[in-house]
Design a protein around this ligand. Structure first.
Ligand code: UD1
Length: 335
C-alpha cells in the first residue's frame, strides 16, 4: 500500500482529498497546524471512511520539525495543500504569505531531496493567468503579473518546483484550480470559512441561512452574458479526484515531463447571477442580494479548457454546478 503525506489535510480541499485517497486504498499521513482548520475534521474523515489517518500537528515553518518528520517517516508521495489563501489578507501581510506559502514549500522540497522522494503534487491556482486573453484558458496561456502576494506565491511556487525538477530527481505536477466549491455529499466535511466569507458560495449559503443579511453582487457591467463576472466552479470532490489521478500518473511513471501543469476545472463558465439562480432552484430559497460596485482585482471571466487534464490524467468532472450548490447548502444547514 502506498503511503501518502497530505500537508494541510484537514483543510477544505485537503480533507476531501484525504477521503478520496483512503477510499482508493492509500494510507494517509496528515500534517496540519490547525491555522485555518479544526481538529474535529480528523474524526469527520474517519467517520466517512472508517479509517483514521495518522496525524501530526506540525507547523511547516518550523524547519527542525519538518526535518524530524522526514527522518522518522517514509512516504511514497506528497500532496502539498498547506498554505494561506486569502487574497485580501495577503495584501495586508505579504511576509506572512511568503513565509507560509514559499518558505514551507522550500523546506518540504529540501527534505524530499535529502530522502530521495520523487512524487509531488502542488496546489496552484487559475489566478496565475490573471485576465486571460483567450477563453477557455489552456495551460499554454501566459502567466500574467500577479495581482496580489497570494497570487505571487503560487507563481513563485511553480517556479521553485520547476527549477528543482531540472536538477533533482523530483517529479511534480502543479494543479491550477479554478473555483472549488461544494462539500462532501454526506455533509460530514465541507468548507469552514474563518469570519466573514470572502468567496461567493459560502456567502451565498450563509445569506440563505440568515447569518448574513444580504449578498453583494460585485458589478453588473462586465462584458459577459448578463453583466456579472464569470467563473468555473468545480465540485471539491471532483477536484479531490484530480489529485489522485495526478498522483497515480507520477507513481506509475506515466508523466511526460518531470514538471507538468494541469488546469482543473469543469470547462463551464457561470456568471454570478447564474449561480444565484441555480442556488435558489436547488435550495428552494430566495436569496436577498443587491448589485454593488466591482471588487478591486476581480477579473471579468475565467474558465478552463480541460482537454489536457481529461486526456492525460484520464480524469473528468462528474458533478454539476447544481450538485455542488446542493452539497454546499446541505453542509451549511448542518452547521
Ligand atoms: C478568489 C481569488 C483567487 C483565489 C480564490 C481562492 C480574488 C480576486 N481572487 O477567486 O485568487 O484563488 O478566491 O478561493 O480574490 N462575488 C460576489 N459577491 C461576493 C463574493 C464574490 O459577487 O460576496 C463574485 C466575485 O466578484 C467573483 C465571483 O463571485 O466574480 C467568485 O468570487 P470568489 O468566490 O471570491 O472567487 P474568485 O474571486 O474567483
Amino acid at each position: 500500500m502506498n503511503r501518502i503525506l497530505v500537508t494541510g489535510g484537514l483543510g477544505f480541499i485537503g480533507s476531501h482529498t484525504v477521503v478520496e485517497l483512503q477510499q482508493a486504498g492509500y494510507e494517509v499521513v496528515i500534517i496540519d497546524n490547525l491555522y485555518n482548520s479544526k481538529i474535529e475534521v480528523l474524526e469527520s474523515i474517519t467517520s466517512i471512511t472508517g479509517i483514521k489517518p495518522t496525524y501530526f500537528n506540525i507547523d511547516l515553518r518550523n524547519k527542525r520539525a519538518v526535518e524530524e518528520f522526514f527522518s522518522n517517516n517514509s512516504v511514497d508521495g506528497i500532496i502539498h495543500f498547506a498554505a494561506s489563501k486569502a487574497v485580501g489578507e495577503s495584501v495586508k501581510n505579504p511576509l506572512l504569505y511568503y513565509e507560509n506559502n514559499v518558505s514551507t514549500l522550500v523546506y518540504v522540497l529540501q527534505e524530499m531531496k535529502k530522502h530521495q522522494l520523487t512524487n509531488f503534487i502542488f496546489s496552484s491556482s487559475c489566478t496565475v493567468y490573471g485576465q486571460a486573453d483567450e477563453l477557455p484558458i489552456t495551460e499554454n496561456a501566459p502567466v500574467k503579473p500577479a495581482e496580489s502576494p497570494y497570487g505571487n506565491t503560487k507563481q513563485i511556487g511553480e517556479e521553485i518546483i520547476k527549477e528543482s525538477c531540472k536538477v533533482d530527481s523530483l517529479k511534480a505536477i502543479a494543479l491550477r484550480y479554478f473555483n472549488p466549491i461544494g462539500a462532501h455529499e454526506t455533509a460530514i466535511i465541507g468548507e469552514l470559512p474563518l469570519g466573514v466569507p470572502q468567496n461567493l458560495i459560502p456567502f451565498v449559503t450563509q445569506t440563505a441561512a440568515g447569518i448574513r443579511e444580504e449578498l453583494s453582487v460585485f458589478g453588473d457591467d462586465y462584458p459577459t452574458k448578463d453583466g456579472t463576472a464569470v467563473r468555473d466552479y468545480i465540485h471539491v470532490v471532483d477536484l479531490a479526484k484530480a489529485h489522485i489521478a495526478a498522483l497515480e500518473r507520477l507513481i506509475n511513471n506515466k508523466n511526460k515531463k518531470d514538471f507538468e501543469v494541469f488546469n482543473v476545472g469543469t470547462g463551464i463558465g457561470s456568471s454570478v447571477l447564474e449561480v444565484i439562480k441555480a442556488f435558489e432552484k436547488v435550495s428552494e430559497k430566495s436569496l436577498n442580494y443587491k448589485i454593488v460596485d466591482k471588487r478591486e482585482g476581480d477579473v471579468t471571466a475565467a474558465y478552463a479548457d480541460t482537454t489536457f487534464a481529461n486526456n492525460e490524467l484520464g480524469w473528468k468532472t462528474e458533478k454539476t454546478l447544481e450538485d455542488a450548490l446542493l452539497d454546499a447548502w446541505k453542509w451549511q444547514l448542518k452547521q
